[in-house]
Design a protein around this ligand. Structure first.
Ligand code: CMP
Length: 138
């Protein structure tokens, strides 16, 4: 059954002009785009999104980075979307990402790693609802 996941083209990738190439990879991966928007977020909005990481040492740097410039938010849909997007993205640290993955090609570091994808059904539901209203998801 079709499943939805939340993805982000992060500020590093947008700044470097990789948005179109990353969207092409997502398209080639067979994902449908349910919703898409480009915006700049505040540090507070980033802190709410990444609240699960608030005790981590990288939390301040991560939320500063995510609020450093425009990003692109996507709701994607396909069978097995959550796991398939994580496979397409590659490992969190691009140094460990497989050849041909988005992070191997476009990410610069473990923090500035080009893309985000939800890691489970419950986090996908939270993350989609955090950035998109119901009327945007028809
Ligand atoms: P993301 O998939 O968006 O989920 C949490 C983010 O935290 C992750 O991608 C990275 O951008 C960042 N992150 C995870 N681990 C580290 C780390 N050790 N140092 C810095 N940033 C990290």
């Amino acid at each position: 059954m079709a499943q939805r996941t939340l993805s982000i083209v992060k500020p590093d990738a947008v700044r470097k002009g990789f948005t179109g190439a990353i969207l092409a990879e997502i398209d080639r991966g067979g994902f449908g785009i349910v919703a898409i928007k480009k915006l700049s977020i505040s540090k507070e909005q980033a802190e709410g999104f990444y609240a699960v990481h608030k005790e981590r040492p990288f939390f301040d740097g991560l939320t500063t980075f995510m609020s450093s410039g425009p990003l692109v938010l996507l709701v994607l849909e396909k069978d097995n979307a959550i796991a398939d997007l994580r496979k397409l993205m590659g490992a969190t640290n691009p140094a460990n990402a497989e050849e041909g993955t988005i992070r191997k090609r476009f990410a610069g570091s473990i923090q500035e790693n080009a893309v985000h994808g939800s890691d489970a059904e419950d986090t996908a539901a939270f993350e989609i609802g955090y950035w998109f209203a119901g009327y945007e998801l028809i």
